[in-house]
Ligand binder design. Structure first.
Ligand SMILES: Nc1nc2c(ncn2[C@@H]2O[C@H](COP(=O)(O)OP(=O)(O)OP(=O)(O)O)[C@@H](O)[C@H]2O)c(=O)[nH]1
Ligand SMILES: [Mg+2]
Length: 332
C-alpha cells in the first residue's frame, strides 16, 4: 500500500430499490366465471448493504465509485404470483469503518468483524395484491397496494484502523524505520519531520506463524490535539489499537518529558487512549555506548517506574526480538 492510496474518509450516496406494485388481476378462465381476485404481491426492493471485509485496509476503492443503487422489486401478477425481489447491492468496507448520516452527522453503526453486514438503505416493501383484500362483502376488490418507496441517504464512511499496535512519537523519532524493519512494509523514511503524511500498516510475522498488525501514523507534536501539525487528523487511527508503542529517540534532550508531552496530547484528544497498554521504546539507541546507556538506565528506571521501556535500534537491529516478544505478550 503506498501513501497515495490510503483513503480513510469518503462520502457515498446510496439508494435502495422501490417495492413492486401489488397486482389487481381478476381470475378469468373458461369454465370459472367470476373467478375472483388473484393478483399477487409486489417483490421487495433491493437493500444497499455494507459488508466488512478483512482483506481491505482502506476506503480507496470507494474514492471513484460513490453512488450505489439497488434494483426495484418487480410487480405482482396473476395467479397470485409474487414479483421478484430487487437484487441487493453490497458495498465492501474494511474492518473499523464507522458509518454516519451525512446530514445529521449521527453515527449509524460500525463494522468491526469480518463478514459483518448492515443494511444502510432498506428496500421498499412490495405492495399486497388484490387477492389479500377479498372479504365477505367485497368479493372482487379492484385495488392493490403500491410498493413502498426505497430509501435514499448520503453517508460518510470513516475508517478507524483496527491495528494491534499503534506507533506514537514525535516526527523523526524513527517510527517508519521501525515499521520497515519489523514488517514487510516500505514506508518513506527521511531525516526530516513529517516524512509520513498518511498512516502505514505492516504485518509483523512472528514465531510459529503468529502475526500482528502495526500502524505507523504521522508524527505528533505539542498541540496536536488542537490541530497543530498533521498528527491530530490521524489520532483516531490509534483509538482502536490495543497497545500503544511510544517511540522516543535516544538523543532527545529529555526522554521522559517527550513521553509526557505525547501522553498529554493523547489525553487531550481522547482520554480513553490512556486506558490502553503502553510500552516505551527508546529508538536510535545505536548512538549510545554501553556506559552512557547504563547511566541513562539508572535515571530512566526512576523516572518511568511502572511504565515498561526498552532500548532499540532499527538500524543496528538491536532489541527488536525483545520488542516483538514484549508486544506479543501485551497483546495476548
Ligand atoms: N541512528 C539511527 N537512526 C535512525 C534509526 N531509526 C531511524 N533513524 C533515522 O531517523 C530519521 C527519521 O526516521 P523516520 O523513520 O522517517 O522517522 P518517523 O518517526 O517516521 O518520522 P515522521 O514520519 O516524520 O514522523 C531517518 O533519518 C532515519 O534514518 C536508528 O535506529 N538509528
Ligand atoms: Mg514516518
Amino acid at each position: 500500500m503506498t501513501e497515495g492510496n490510503f483513503v480513510d474518509y469518503v462520502k457515498v450516496h446510496v439508494t435502495s430499490g422501490k417495492g413492486g406494485q401489488g397486482s389487481k388481476h381478476m381470475r378469468r378462465e373458461k369454465y370459472i366465471p367470476k373467478g375472483g381476485p388473484d393478483g399477487g404481491d409486489g417483490g421487495r426492493g433491493g437493500h444497499v448493504i455494507l459488508k466488512a471485509n478483512k482483506n481491505l485496509w482502506t476506503l480507496y476503492h470507494l474514492k471513484f465509485k460513490r453512488h450505489f443503487k439497488a434494483e426495484h422489486g418487480l410487480h405482482g401478477s396473476k395467479q397470485t404470483s409474487t414479483g421478484a425481489d430487487g437484487a441487493d447491492v453490497y458495498v465492501e468496507v474494511p474492518l473499523g469503518t464507522v458509518v454516519r448520516d451525512k446530514e445529521t452527522e449521527e453515527i449509524l453503526f460500525e463494522l468491526t468483524e469480518d463478514g459483518e453486514e448492515k443494511i444502510v438503505a432498506k428496500g421498499g416493501r412490495g405492495g399486497l395484491g388484490n387477492a389479500h383484500f377479498k372479504t365477505a362483502t367485497n368479493q372482487t376488490p379492484r385495488y392493490s397496494q403500491p410498493g413502498e418507496e426505497g430509501e435514499e441517504i448520503d453517508i460518510i464512511l470513516e475508517l478507524k484502523i483496527l491495528a494491534d499496535v499503534g506507533l506514537v512519537g514525535f516526527p523523526n523519532a524513527g517510527k517508519s524505520t521501525l515499521l520497515s524493519v519489523i514488517t514487510a512494509a516500505k514506508p518513506k523514511i527521511a531525516n526530516y519531520e513529517f516524512t509520513t503524511l498518511k498512516p502505514n500498516l505492516g504485518i509483523v510475522e512472528y514465531r510459529d506463524f503468529k502475526t500482528f498488525v502495526v500502524a505507523d501514523i504521522p508524527g505528533i507534536i505539542e498541540g496536536a490535539a488542537e490541530g497543530k501539525g498533521i498528527g491530530h487528523r490521524f489520532l483516531r487511527h490509534i483509538e482502536r489499537n490495543s497497545t500503544l508503542l511510544f517511540l522516543v529517540p535516544a538523543d532527545a534532550p529529555d526522554i521522559k518529558e517527550q513521553y509526557e508531552v505525547l501522553v498529554d496530547e493523547l489525553r487531550r484528544y481522547n482520554p480513553q487512549l490512556l486506558d490502553k497498554e503502553r510500552l516505551v521504546a527508546i529508538s536510535k539507541s545505536d548512538m549510545l555506548d554501553d556506559e552512557l546507556k547504563a547511566e541513562m538506565k539508572k535515571i530512566l528506571d526512576k523516572q518511568f517506574k511502572g511504565i515498561p521501556y526498552m532500548f532499540i535500534s532499527s538500524v543496528a537491529q538491536q532489541g527488536l526480538t525483545e520488542l516483538k516478544d514484549k508486544l506479543w505478550k501485551m497483546l495476548n
